[in-house]
Design a protein around this ligand. Structure first.
Ligand code: ZN
Length: 243
């Protein structure tokens, strides 16, 4: 079959490129071998035996550990992990399996009357021991702050957006806003569960076609309850115009 001039040119270029890379790598390999030989001639050179698979694995583990300690605090790592996390992506499946498993387990491991009573007594003891503590306003508010955080974590997982924040992040933002609402600049109430609301500047659940924010701390602000209710799912620009 006759080749068209374009095909010929294409072919020539491909083979030239191939030759170029072959030469380049050959030269590289030669250089490496030269270096190896030089190293062997050095005094004090110890011949390393071949690594056993176990040694190799151990080395890899060590490297992974080091990498983890260097990177675990970065947001990128956290987002990436959430993406990869099978549990997060298949939460419903996991929960269903867990419930079934527990049901099966209970069938094969029935609790005796005695154990049941003991467990109940334990939980009642705990209840009475910490009752007073739970009654305090301070404890409730603290629990409320944590609950707020987890509410958003769950919501973020459900909506499949990345990012996460901690209660500490929220405390930081609170300080940065000097205890005032970011929109109306009223002081937050000092007590009560509705002291402040955590708002996503770019909403997690925007109107159709609008950008969607993440659950990371950089997308958070604290609003008073009435401002938060009015903002709802507005984009920051629109919210700026409306208020
Ligand atoms: Zn406000």
């Amino acid at each position: 079959m006759a080749q068209s001039p374009e095909e010929k040119r294409e072919k020539a270029r491909a083979s030239a490129l191939k030759a170029y890379y072959r030469d380049r790598f050959t030269e590289q390999y030669r250089q490496r071998r030269r270096e190896q030989r030089a190293r062997r001639r050095e005094p004090g050179y110890q011949k390393r035996g071949r690594q056993t698979p176990e040694e190799k694995r151990e080395k890899g583990r060590q490297r992974a550990k080091e990498w983890y300690y260097a990177h675990w605090e970065t947001q990128e790592y956290k987002d990436n992990r959430k993406e990869r996390n099978h549990r997060t992506r298949n939460n419903d499946e996991y929960r269903k399996r867990g419930r079934e498993w527990m049901r099966e387990w209970r069938k094969t491991h029935p609790r005796s009357e005695e154990t049941r009573k003991r467990d109940n007594a334990k939980s009642m003891e705990h209840y009475w021991l910490h009752k007073d503590k739970r009654q305090t306003e301070e404890y409730r508010e603290k629990a409320c702050d944590v609950a707020k955080k987890y509410y958003h974590v769950r919501r973020a997982i459900k909506l499949e957006v990345g990012g996460s924040f901690t209660a500490k992040d929220v405390a930081c933002i609170y300080d940065a806003q000097k205890g005032r609402c970011a929109a109306c600049h009223e002081n937050f109430k000092t007590t009560g569960r509705n002291r402040y609301c955590i708002d996503h500047i770019i909403p997690l659940k925007p109107k159709k076609g609008q950008p969607r924010g993440t659950n990371g701390p950089e997308n958070l602000q604290l609003l008073c309850r009435s401002c938060n209710c009015r903002k709802y799912n507005l984009q920051p620009e629109e919210w700026e115009r409306r208020r």
